[in-house]
Design a protein around this ligand. Structure first.
Ligand code: FAD
Length: 411
């Protein structure tokens, strides 16, 4: 390798992990992270949980203290965009005009919130939640707000809804589907969280869309809904999913398809460029169609590790079992496997809550748990090993899941 070393575009969860794992794996060349946020790498999950609830402060979000990067010779360029890649010359151009040459480039550009394409989406009081800057703006606005409307009953929207309800605010959630988290979780899980949120005073409008956000003097005061009614609101959070940050790759002629396409070792169509985290579409046995783009901390961390292992002489296909969590209204939801539509959902009681086993045909594709940490850990092993207890076994509380997970019996 030359002295150019490894350049990582995106100083989020995946980029950070790649940099750290490169050093842990003994890589001695230059490692440079380029990030367009002002902060050093930080965790996003608390933004819609403990941070907005005031239980964690900004320093508690950081993945490492500033000295760590100095000690490990990881250069962090913050508040600067990578604007283009010259693949022939192997350099990245930054928004401040500088060029960084690379031996290998890692794209870890993450995703951004999907905009709501209706009039009024730019009014004051309309927010999206992706960064610590967004969270601080929302926190400041919450002090003045009474009527909160959340567009989209996904994970972030519902986490935010439960924090607002706990503050005694009036909360309405508008959702196009007929249940919460419809794309991600089974019906029993959706029904459980709907009931829990409604008990906390949250109002749901299912099967409903937003046609306009209305305001006075540039500030939001309500939403116009698809049935012609209005919903009074002084703070709106849009949470309707994300899109991958893939433009750098597109403009450089690297293959994309709802995400930067990578192979089993996370290399893009250019062998000098890898892609990891939210922005990457990778082959996986856990997806119904053989490939997926996954937005989770687990995926960002494991792909960061995988790419660093390859570059330090330990190449192996990426095959980590996907898992995710969400904290809503005092309940912990954990999921293993990727969300694929299931033919059968089997409910199993647990000591602290319940689990749902999701089958496609006779094949177990995912396990969701509520307030059941031990079962979640067993579920990770079961899905990773490709095991399929029968639906009857899954539903039977006497059937020993832990033994099955540890390979001591069962299927
Ligand atoms: P990111 O962490 O988004 O990092 C990408 C970085 O690249 C960003 O800083 C971006 O600004 C920067 N960037 C993009 N383009 C450029 C460019 N051209 N030049 C320079 N920099 C660039 N996951 C879970 O598993 N559980 C949870 O409970 C959970 N909660 C979440 C709550 C919130 C509010 C949010 C926003 C996300 C949550 N997630 C959760 C998702 C998780 O945080 C992401 O999947 C994870 O951060 C992905 O890591 P990443 O490095 O791929 O992307």
């Amino acid at each position: 390798m030359s002295e150019d070393g490894i350049v990582i575009v995106g100083a989020g969860q995946a980029g950070f992990q790649a940099a750290v794992s490169l050093r842990e794996g003994g890589y001695i060349g230059a490692v440079t992270m380029i990030g367009n946020e002002a902060s050093l790498p930080y965790q996003r999950p608390p933004l819609s949980k403990a941070y907005l609830a005031g239980k964690v402060d900004a320093t508690g979000l950081f993945l490492r203290a500033p000295a760590f990067y100095v000690d490990h010779h990881i250069a962090c360029e913050t508040s600067v965009h990578a604007v283009s890649i010259d693949r022939a010359a192997r350099h990245v151009r930054l928004s401040d005009g500088r060029d960084f040459s690379y031996d290998h480039l890692i794209l870890a550009t993450g995703s951004r919130n999907r905009p709501l394409p209706v009039p009024g989406a730019d009014l004051t009081g309309v927010y999206q939640l992706r960064s610590v800057v967004d969270a601080d703006r929302i926190q400041a606005a919450l002090g003045e707000a009474q009527n909160i409307t959340i567009v989209g009953a996904g994970f972030i929207g519902l986490e935010f809804a439960s924090i607002c309800a706990a503050r005694g605010l009036s909360v309405t959630v508008i959702e196009a589907a007929d249940r919460p988290m419809a794309r991600a979780v089974s019906e029993p899980i959706g029904a459980f969280f709907r009931e829990a949120h409604e008990k906390a005073g949250i109002r749901f409008l299912f099967g409903s869309g937003v046609t306009a956000i209305e305001g006075r003097d540039g500030r939001v005061d309500g939403l116009r809904l698809s049935d012609g009614t209005t919903c009074a609101s002084d703070l709106v959070l849009i949470g309707i999913g994300v899109v991958p940050n893939q433009e750098l790759a597109v403009e450089a002629g690297v293959r994309v398809e709802d995400g930067i396409v990578v192979d089993s070792v996370l290399l893009t169509s250019d062998p000098s460029i890898s892609a990891i985290g939210d922005c990457a579409r990778f082959p996986t046995r856990f997806a119904a169609h053989g490939a997926a783009r996954v937005e989770s901390v687990q995926n960002a961390i494991d792909q960061g590790r995988c790419v660093a292992a390859r570059m330090t002489g330990h190449a192996a296909p990426y095959d980590a079992v996907p898992w995710f969590w969400s904290d809503q209204g005092g309940h912990k939801l954990q999921m293993v496997g990727l969300p694929v539509s299931s033919d059968i959902s089997v409910r199993r009681p647990t000591a602290g809550g319940f689990a749902v086993f999701r089958y496609r045909g006779s094949h177990l594709t995912g396990i969701e748990t509520v307030d059941s940490a031990a079962e979640h850990m067993a579920a990770r092993r079961i899905i990773a090993r490709g095991l399929s207890p029968t639906p009857d076994e899954a539903a039977d509380p006497a059937f020993d899941l832990k033994s099955l997970a540890m390979g001591r019996g069962g299927a």
